[in-house]
Write a protein that binds this ligand. Sequence first.
Ligand SMILES: CCOC(=O)c1ccc2c(c1)NC(=O)[C@@H](C)N2
Length: 116
Amino acid sequence: ALELQLQPFAVLLRHTLDQLQEKDNASIFAEPVSLDEVPDYLEYIQTPMDFLTMRQKVESHKYKTMDEFELDFENIINNCLMYNAKDTMFYRSATRLRDQGGMVIRASRRMAERVG
Ligand SMILES: CCOC(=O)c1ccc2c(c1)NC(=O)[C@@H](C)N2
């Protein structure tokens, strides 16, 4: 498709994001953590991140490399591991997403090398 010629990397990142979000079946990483629901969140977390924000960055071509994309993904995970206690669903979801998401990103990296 024309899109694939003009912005293959954005297409690849969008597809990668779709696969990562499939692993977040409770959708706890889908949007920015609500500061109404979690008023002290910014006392602990300096750089919040979520999949919606990442998607907006893909669409505005903010990611030039897979490394930049992966840094935001790792940020989503690490924020959650820092803020939530180990015995919470949130914490366990983050470790699961880290493990399952790692494979997704490695496969996308190989695609990015091919797309060049
Ligand atoms: C309806 C109440 O929502 C939350 O308290 C809440 C909602 C979503 C959350 C979250 C908390 N904490 C987190 O660390 C990230 C992963 N997501």
